[in-house]
Design a protein. Structure first.
Length: 280
């Protein structure tokens, strides 16, 4: 009896695991497939390279300013988040002297990760747009996106640093080499692939966010930006306007398809980096 019960439990567990994986993969395929079918007809060179046109705005033309704006927002977000995340991760991994400090820092970082994006957008408007007088601009939007993805990048970079073989660092220090030299000449170069992957994944997270830039940098229409102090269009915000105001559902699906393709590219980049590092 026990044998039969054990086999039944084992089969039930395997069936549950298989169904879970199947449902996840099937859901992704259905979502991507449906968006591709609905938006594929809109994809063309003119759609990718022209400005929005028509009345209401966006019913004709393309999404080029939104593509450029999204790259601007994402680039600033990645630079700012990396500027905060790398030193924080290095400090917590190698220089924090007590577990109490590490635990306290982790508590604040994890709490930041749980802040709703709309609240981040409101904070960004109050602090960057009004208080610092950056105005509604790419800089304001990029900075608040950087704050949003900071915990995402920091946790992954810290994990990468902690997983680096400790015997290499111990051997280096035992030879009289300073911890700082070891960190910058051995550990960071050895972890650069995973660090770049974390930043790229954070960038994909930032590129798909709407709420943080809704009040800080994204606008209904703007030409391709020439300065970080200018407002800009962004793909997720443009998609929100096309659907929310009933401008054009077909254009919305085309915009969604372009956004998904860009996000997939940003997610594939880390895999390519890792494969390249492994081959070397």
């Amino acid at each position: 009896m026990r044998n039969n019960n054990g086999k039944t439990s084992h089969l039930s567990l395997r069936l549950w695991l298989f169904l879970s994986v199947f449902l996840v993969m099937a859901s992704l395929c259905v979502i991507f497939g449906y968006i591709f079918i609905q938006g594929g007809s809109e994809l063309s060179l003119s759609f990718l390279t022209n400005m929005p046109q028509g009345f209401p705005l966006g019913i004709d033309g393309g999404i080029w300013p939104a593509i450029v704006g999204s790259f601007w927002f994402t680039t600033i977000a990645c630079i700012f988040a990396s500027f905060l995340a790398l030193p924080t991760a290095i400090f917590l991994a190698f220089y924090a002297k007590t577990t109490r400090i590490v635990s306290l820092c982790h508590f604040f970082i994890h709490s930041m990760a749980g802040i709703p994006s709309i609240i981040l957008g409101l904070f960004g408007y109050t602090f960057f747009v009004v208080t610092l007088n950056f105005g509604v601009s790419i800089l304001s939007g990029g900075l608040i996106l950087g704050i949003m993805i900071f915990p995402f990048i920091e946790v992954r970079v810290e994990k990468t640093l902690l997983e680096f073989p400790k015997n290499i660092m111990q051997a280096s220090i035992s030879l009289g080499i300073t911890k700082t030299w070891t960190l910058f000449h051995l550990i960071l170069p050895g972890c650069i692939g995973n660090i770049a992957s974390a930043i790229a994944l954070g960038g994909s997270f930032a590129m798909g966010a709407t709420a943080p830039i809704l009040f800080t940098g994204a606008v209904l229409f703007a030409p391709s930006p020439r300065s970080i102090f200018s407002p800009a269009m962004a793909l997720p915000n443009h998609l929100y306007i096309l659907v929310g105001q009933g401008v054009s559902i077909s254009k919305a699906y085309g915009t969604a398809l372009v956004l998904i393709i860009l996000l997939l590219v940003l997610n594939i980049v880390p895999l390519v980096i890792k494969m390249y590092r492994k081959e070397r």
